[in-house]
Design a protein around this ligand. Structure first.
Ligand SMILES: [Zn+2]
Length: 277
């Protein structure tokens, strides 16, 4: 994640010049003072809207991450703990940007504790770490349900969902699944990695290795995969479960299915076997 992307700066300049140009041309050719005044107003509104996010991100990065937060991250995220100094710094900045950009709240919009927020942000920062121009693949923030499950009508305590990547809405997860995701960093279970992987899948991210995933899915559906059984549900679940394993137990994956490991290594641009310690 970055404060502002080069391509956005280019568009900002191009649109600004066009707006000013229209104002000047209108004033000169029609002699109408309303043109430059209107252009100035539109330019101001345009700049305010476009620069809101970069401004917010810059402000978030002004303060370094508080030391107790770093300690908490190192205790709960094996990925963060394993990074070198430069990698840690970038991870910390991604956490700050994520927290400044995305709401993370309870089902009734009530505040959730800082630790829960840090865990969510740590999951997102790890997944995006290999590609500095990637943004989180969802827009509407994160909602944390009380307890361990909810149903398709979003009723807590019912149904069987521990998390959900809603198509046009927030990422949903439960308090329990979030806690369990970071309890054992090597067990291949992490609801953030899982649901975020679904977004990459839903967003139609180009995955040129469909056959590799299909092959592994067939194995999983017959109970012959090293991945947990849930991977056999369908190919989308295979991708999500494989992503969890890639970030938490990549050693096993590289041994059992090097082609699957290589596919995910290329997709996320990370060599987790080398990174994780
Ligand atoms: Zn899933």
């Amino acid at each position: 994640m970055r404060v502002i992307y080069k391509i956005d700066v280019v568009f900002l300049w191009v649109y600004s010049v066009i707006i000013v140009f229209i104002g000047v041309v209108g004033a000169v050719s029609l002699g109408n003072i309303l043109f430059p005044a209107g252009a100035l107003l539109i330019e101001t509104i345009y700049l305010l809207l476009s620069l809101r996010r970069p401004y917010r991100r810059r402000r978030a990065l002004k303060q370094p991450l508080p030391a107790p937060w770093k300690t908490f991250l190192a205790e709960h995220s094996l990925f963060y703990k394993s990074l070198d100094k430069i990698g840690k710094k970038r991870f910390e900045q991604d956490v700050q940007i994520f927290l400044s950009d995305f709401s993370i709240e309870g089902t009734r919009r009530q505040a959730v504790d800082l630790e829960a927020k840090l865990l969510v942000a740590a999951g997102a920062a790890a997944l995006l770490h290999g590609r500095s121009t990637w943004e989180p693949p969802f827009q509407d923030g994160v909602v944390i349900f009380p307890g361990d499950r909810f149903d398709r009508h979003y009723r807590p305590g019912k149904g069987h969902f521990a998390g959900m990547a809603t198509r046009k809405g927030p990422l949903l997860l439960t308090e329990t699944s979030l806690g369990e995701s970071f309890r054992d960093p090597r067990d291949g279970y992490n609801v953030i990695y899982h649901e975020m992987a679904h977004y990459f899948d839903l967003a139609g991210a180009s995955i040129p290795w469909r056959e590799i995933f299909s092959r592994e899915w067939r194995k999983a559906s017959e109970g012959r995969s090293f991945l947990r059984d849930y991977a056999g549900t369908n190919e989308a679940e295979l991708f999500a479960v494989a992503t969890e394993a890639f970030f938490e137990s990549p050693w096993e994956m590289k041994k059992q299915s090097p082609e699957l490991y290589d596919a995910l290594k290329t997709f996320f641009n990370l060599d987790t076997v080398k990174i994780l310690k």
